[in-house]
Ligand binder design. Sequence first.
Ligand code: NDP
Length: 323
Amino acid sequence: MKAIQVKECGGPEKMEYGDIATPEPGPHQARIKVAAAGVNFIDVYFRTGLYKADLPITLGMEGAGVVDTIGPDTAGIQPGDRVAWAMTRGSYAEYAVVPAAQLVKIPEGTDSKTAAAAILQGMTAHYLTHSTFPLKAGDTCLVHAAAGGAGRLIVQMAKMLGARVFGTVSTEAKAALARAAGIDEVIFYTKQDFEAEVKRLTGGRGVDVIYDSVGATTFLKGLNCIRPRGMMVLFGQSSGPVAPIDPNILNPKGSLFLTRPSLGHHCATREELLWRAGDVLGWIASGKLKLQIDRTYKMADAAQAHRDLESRATAGKLLLLPG
Ligand code: NDP
């Protein structure tokens, strides 16, 4: 089968499109014919080596398609089922093998591209807003990269929960997208001082929580924008990793809480996975949650998708289509 492999870490040019053996499902696993694979920053981190893996690897942590065959002792899933998954690597390929426990069935009426586009960033937005810092009516939050794939879903879920939502973006076009997602206030962190803006908008108090996926360029200043005993949720590093800090700085900033969460720990049980995936796919099916597929690429052009994502040119989901 055709797949995108990384044999050596580095730039997008290290992504090789070629033939590899079609994987066989083991016990409690299913093989899926991939209809669409989601492109995520985590794929960039594995490609560059920021996140470690034994090479070679087939990239891709998110996908959707049709179950082709199942391994021994695999229950609850059958060939022909339409499914989506996140956080098992290998979706940049014609076929992927995934533990049955990580598969969710795609509801009738939702196409595979939409499911592939929604599952990883949607469940991320869900755990951040419902579990890491469960927002309630009247809370204020700041979402960095608010027009991005994860960002726009966080904005929408925060609004569903009744929060007042501020977000940072780099361009007018992205500001329009964030506004369409329902954001209350847009801050241009490329030309405005976002600390001053947050203080102005909150009458000096600061927000209850920051959802920060940008990292290096936003993290430290963000600590000045949170109310006493509020929370900094660092969940990514699109601008680069945050340098080590002395935990004592959380005290003078207001006894702040700091967490660095990941999706895997928030889909720890089958019940939790089905809760989050069910909400996300259900809200999309009912129109309550809007998802924008920004760009689709042929699988063979995966390197271009990475270039676009890393160059800050995109706003919304990127998908790879095999074949
Ligand atoms: P986005 O669509 O958000 O793309 C990244 C955005 O970050 C850019 O469009 C840009 O928006 C902003 N950005 C700011 N500075 C830079 C920079 N120097 N280089 C590139 N982008 C920059 O991507 P995703 O939605 O796929 O992912 C967002 C983040 O969320 C990633 O860091 C990812 O790792 C993280 N994530 C974490 C998960 C977890 O469980 N911990 C799960 C899923 C995603 P602008 O132009 O407006 O500044």
